[in-house]
Design a protein around this ligand. Structure first.
Ligand code: ATP
Ligand code: MG
Length: 428
């Protein structure tokens, strides 16, 4: 029969790769808790309208990347391409805003129908962090400090921080006029996407990934030179706080971010270690989004980190701790001994929670069983043969130290003896 093919751009994470993922998740989880962030879990699917309204019509995501479908009940649904919209929807639907403040985080797969390539997939994962109900710039600085600390904890150094301010929507409207005038004067050189965006959302043109557009984009007027005074003060305060915290950054006036709902602070961590997919963590303030989705006007800021890209950095840096092997491997010869070993393995799991206890299942002679014991990484083999069974004992055989002697212990005392042996061994 023909094989069923995997979906392009959707990856399996195999057991050999999963250690780095788990490590990143556990470090992030611990760090987020330490900064006072609470986990929230939202559905994979939302109404298509939510993303259209939140992300904006003239974005790559909404224009061409959404996995949208009509379900059996005729509802227009979309696999989430990002997490912020769903989290904000959840806050509104559950009546949790009303002036309250929330520090939230989320992790899970996102879906975008992009051209799959290195570091760019159709199913990818994000760790998403949102601070809702805070005006900043203090919380902006704290969020960025959290990301800087995460890189330090996971041993990643080849990342650098870009920051910018998009001002208020009013300031952007005035700037937009300038931008439209500028791009109109270069209309002949605009690509098809940019021509369409010229009317809908000309700021998006600045975010163009088309190399042929770069020269025109480089000559465009700068938003940072047309900021409203409050946004300017907000941005200056953020920059001062980042300097206080010794977090190096570059002000990048071209940083506009791919999604429509940002205002004031935007930031992006980029790397020079992954080729052209260089954004590893992007975020910004979205003071207008919540009211745009029908909630009480609430200021907020958040970021999303691309897990696959950060895992690639971890793999390159080789900083993830090695996957743990087994602690104990039970070797049993004969049916009756196997039954005793099965019971002993369960007794060990009762007595030694957290220890990895592997039983030799699937038979094999002593040689084959010891070979598997060795591969399991176990420090101790527990051996039960017919002779041991008849005498009510087991042999404890150290596997990592050729000089260490094998000892015989009574079967009922085995869990205590094995626990003691493992504790002494760990202390050596
Ligand atoms: P890019 O400029 O690389 O397309 P983006 O602006 O679309 O990124 P966001 O929507 O802000 O990115 O998502 C936040 C992070 O998620 C990115 O910085 C990146 O690390 C990661 N990311 C985004 N799209 C993908 C993808 N298709 N595959 C893997 N990671 C992705
Ligand atoms: Mg993108």
């Amino acid at each position: 029969m023909s094989q069923i093919q995997p979906i392009r751009g959707m990856n399996d994470v195999l057991p050999t790769q999963v250690a780095a993922w788990q490590w990143l998740e556990s470090v992030a989880r611990e760090l987020l808790a330490a900064y006072g962030y609470e986990e929230i879990r939202v559905p994979v699917v939302e109404q298509t309208q939510l993303f259209r309204r939140a992300i904006g019509e003239f974005t790559d995501v909404v224009e061409k990347e959404m996995y949208s479908f009509v379900d059996q009940g005729g509802e227009h649904l979309t696999l989430r391409p990002e997490a912020t919209a769903g989290i904000v929807r959840a806050m509104i639907s559950n009546g949790l805003l009303r002036g309250a403040r929330h520090r939230l985080w989320f992790t899970g797969p996102m879906f975008r129908h992009e051209k799959p390539q290195k570091g760019r997939f159709r199913q990818f994962h994000q760790v998403d962090v949102e601070a809702i109900g805070f005006e900043g710039p203090d919380v902006d600085a704290e969020l960025i400090a959290l990301t800087a600390r995460l890189w330090k904890r996971i041993g990643i150094t080849r990342v650098s921080l870009n920051v910018n301010s998009l001002g208020t929507p009013e300031a952007r409207r005035a700037y937009r006029e300038l931008l439209v005038a500028y791009f109109r004067s270069h209309h002949a050189r605009l690509d098809e996407d940019s021509r369409r965006r010229l009317e809908g959302n000309p700021l998006r043109i600045l975010d163009s990934k088309n190399p042929e557009m770069q020269a025109i984009v480089a000559g465009a007027p700068l938003l940072t030179e047309h900021l409203d005074p409050e946004s300017r003060a907000h941005f200056d305060a953020l920059c001062a706080m980042l300097r206080d915290l010794d977090i190096p950054f570059t002000v990048n006036p071209r940083l506009v971010r791919g999604l429509d709902y940002y205002s004031r602070t935007v930031f992006e961590w980029i790397t020079d270690a992954l080729g052209s997919q260089d954004a590893v963590c992007s975020g910004g303030r979205y003071d207008g989004l919540i009211s745009q989705l029908g909630g009480d006007p609430t200021p907020a800021i958040g970021f999303a980190m691309g897990v696959e890209r950060v895992v690639a950095l971890i793999e390159q840096a080789g900083t993830a701790p090695a996957a743990a092997g087994a602690d104990v491997y039970l070797v049993a010869m004969g049916d009756a001994a196997l039954r005793a070993a099965l019971r002993l393995a369960e007794a060990l799991r009762d007595a030694l929670p957290g220890r990895r206890v592997e039983l030799n299942v699937g038979g094999g002679n002593f040689k084959a069983q010891f070979r598997r014991a060795d591969r399991s990484g176990a420090r101790l083999a527990v051996v039960i043969g017919e002779d041991e069974l008849a005498r009510g004992v087991v042999q404890l055989k150290p596997l990592r130290d050729a000089a260490a002697a094998q000892v015989e212990v009574p079967l009922p005392a085995a869990p205590g003896e094995i626990g003691g042996w493992l504790a002494r061994d760990a202390g050596r």
